[in-house]
Every structure is written in C-alpha cells, then in structure tokens.
Write a protein that binds this ligand. Structure first.
Ligand code: NAG
Length: 254
C-alpha cells in the first residue's frame, strides 16, 4: 500500500479494482441482484425517457429566451411549418415553383403583394409601460422615451427584420418602387443586409434538407421545402397587434 500515492492514479485504480473484485467474490449473490436491479431501473428509465421524448412535440425542445420581451413570452408557441417556394427544373430546363405559399410575397409587384407584406409588419413597435421600460433598461430607460409618441416604444426584432427584407425586395423593382438615391438609402440597404445576416446566424436553424437530381439539367439541387420547427408567427403578431392597439402609455410625463 505504500506504493499507492496521489501522484499515481493508475496504481490506485488498479488496487481499488482488485479490492472490489475480492469483495464481489466474497459476497455471493448480492452483486447479481444489484446488477439486475440496476439493469431493470436503467431499462425503465430509458423507456420513460424515450416515450416522453416521443410524446414531446416541438414545444418541449424549445424554450423562451432571456432576451424575449417578458410580457410576450406567453405568446411564444412552437409548431411545425412546411416551407414552400423551392424552385425545380422542368423537363425543358425552365424553372418553376411546384409549391408556392398560399400568400404571395414575391414576384411581380402588385397591390396584393404590398398588402401581404403590410399584413406582416403593420402593427409593430407598440408602446410599453414605464415599469416594463425600467425592467428592459434599468440604468437608462429615460434614453428610450419617444418624444413624438409620448411613451416608451419597443420594436420586436422579427418585425424589424421582416421590414428590412421587404425594403430589399422593393429595391429590386425600382420601376414600381421609386428609390430616392441618397446616402441614407445605401446605409439602410447595407444595414438591412447585415441585420438579416445576423438574424439568420443567431437563429442557427440546423434543419436538414436534401438535394434532388434534376435530369433536365443533370444536376442535384437543394430541396429546401422541408418541415421546420418554428415559433408560431400568427400568435406573436396577434400579441403584438393587441399591444399596439392598446396603445399603452406610461402614467408619468417626462
Ligand atoms: C393577413 O394575415 C392573416 C393571418 O395570417 C391571413 O389570414 C390573411 O390572409 C393575410 N392577408 C394578407 C393580405 O396577406
């Protein structure tokens, strides 16, 4: 035993193993009973874990984030969404979209397309109470006082990013949406591209998609129309619209 030292864990392990081995030999059926119990409980635990994982739909695997606005967390719900809009090559080599979404957000600009986008973002930026402003920005909530609106206004990033994306879409159709060329225009465009980049990287969506062979072009292309686990947009918009319509204003003046 003198050779066992803290500097020599290998020896220690070896000796401990030998001791346990001897004990096992001497105490007849108990190890087998214990091993049996352990096996049964491990199996039971696995079955429980497995079945609860099977029962647990998307909801259980996702959670609210600390950065989500506290009052909006109750409106966060997850569901499965089949993406649409993946283009494929027809036999003559031309491209078409077999599964466009129910609402058209892209393509030739029209009042309908504009309405579809407006529907996504028209009631963003609601007012919050002073208590909520204090909770969000404990050290400098006064900085966020909106001088024109007379309250604390918040934006929620999803709606801001959607608005940015729509601005980019419009930039592709200058004949329909005349662009005022200015430094602000370029700065806004770059801000939008960079914001969308960060938003996508932040969400880190690792949903997998495959590629399909498209014989007319002798090439495999991504098939991105797959099911994603998403936050329920309709619920978040309804919550935001409700907040927006209530027009909460702090009881203090600043
Ligand atoms: C606006 O959104 C609602 C809810 O998702 C939808 O039912 C409606 O068709 C949308 N309208 C337009 C013009 O996109």
């Amino acid at each position: 035993m003198e050779r066992v030292s803290e500097d020599n864990p290998e020896t220690q392990t070896f000796l401990l193993g030998e001791t346990i081995g001897k004990r096992r030999l001497s105490s007849a059926p108990w190890p087998w009973i214990l091993t049996g119990l352990l096996a049964v409980s491990t199996m039971t635990l696995s079955v429980l874990l497995f079945s609860s994982a099977a029962d647990c739909k998307a909801r259980c695997t996702m959670q609210n984030q600390r950065s989500d606005f506290p009052a909006a967390r109750s409106a966060i719900e997850y569901h499965e969404v089949m993406f649409t809009g993946n283009p494929i090559h027809k036999e003559d080599g031309t491209i078409y979209v077999p599964h466009p979404g129910a609402i058209r957000y892209v393509g030739t600009p029209s009042p309908e397309v504009d309405k579809a986008w407006a529907n996504l973002t028209k009631t963003r930026d609601p007012m919050i109470t002073e208590a909520e402003a204090k909770e969000l920005w404990p050290d400098n909530y006064h900085d966020y006082w909106h001088h024109q609106k007379g309250g604390y206004v918040v934006g929620f990033d999803m709606f801001h990013t959607l608005h940015c994306l729509n601005q980019l879409r419009k930039a592709f159709h200058p004949e329909y949406y005349p662009v005022v060329p200015s430094a602000i225009g370029d700065a806004h465009r770059d801000h939008c591209i960079d914001h969308i980049r960060q938003q996508i990287m932040c969400s880190g969506d690792m949903t997998a998609y495959g590629t399909r062979y498209q014989p007319s072009v002798n090439h495999n292309y991504a098939d991105s129309d797959v099911v994603h686990i998403c936050r329920n947009f309709d619920k978040l918009r309804a919550w935001t619209t409700d907040r927006h319509n209530k027009g909460v204003k702090p009881k203090v003046s600043s």
